[in-house]
Design a protein. Structure first.
Length: 163
């Protein structure tokens, strides 16, 4: 009877791709903060479409004022940062149509944003999007995708396992 009360929450989850595009190892992202994993481990996607969906079930923790990044907390406790493009903070929200707000509950595949991939690229910004596990001390990233192309909302990028 008490086992159910004190049962440890399942902390493992598959993280699906939030974007349709080409998978890029984090080490190959042309920004040292990400490529040297200063913010955490993860993977990146070079988007070929504008839709951004939730990679996990959970909640929106923070939509950055400049709309270039969204942080999420999964139901399992994993904290994920999606940084849409590089140096895109300078755009002050231009090119980003955010569909969620802080505190929103989300499910895998729910629409989070649309990014104007072509418009942002035409302004000289890189649209590559790092997807970072921020609390890597609590979770291990495994089964990282070796696929070249992924589809938003369906293809798995990596598996998270609680430590």
């Amino acid at each position: 009877m008490f086992k159910k009360l004190f049962k440890k929450k399942d902390s493992s989850v598959d993280l699906i791709s939030p974007l349709t595009g080409n998978v890029v190892p984090l080490e190959d992202v042309p920004d040292q903060v990400f490529s040297q994993k200063m913010m955490g481990d993860g993977i990146a996607v070079q988007p070929t479409a504008n839709l951004v969906v939730s990679p996990i079930d959970g909640e929106v923790v923070d939509v950055f004022k400049t709309k270039h990044a969204i942080s999420l907390r999964g139901d399992n406790g994993a904290e994920i940062l999606m940084h849409m493009g590089l140096e895109t903070v300078e755009l002050n929200g231009e090119g980003f149509d955010i569909k969620v707000k802080n505190g929103d509950k989300i499910k895998q595949g729910d629409s989070l944003a649309e990014i104007d991939v072509d418009g942002i690229s035409n302004k000289g910004y890189k649209t590559i999007t790092p997807i970072i596990l921020v609390n890597g001390d609590d979770y291990e990233l495994t089964n990282v995708s070796t696929e070249k192309e992924v589809k938003a909302g369906s293809d798995i990028l990596f598996h998270l396992e609680g430590k």
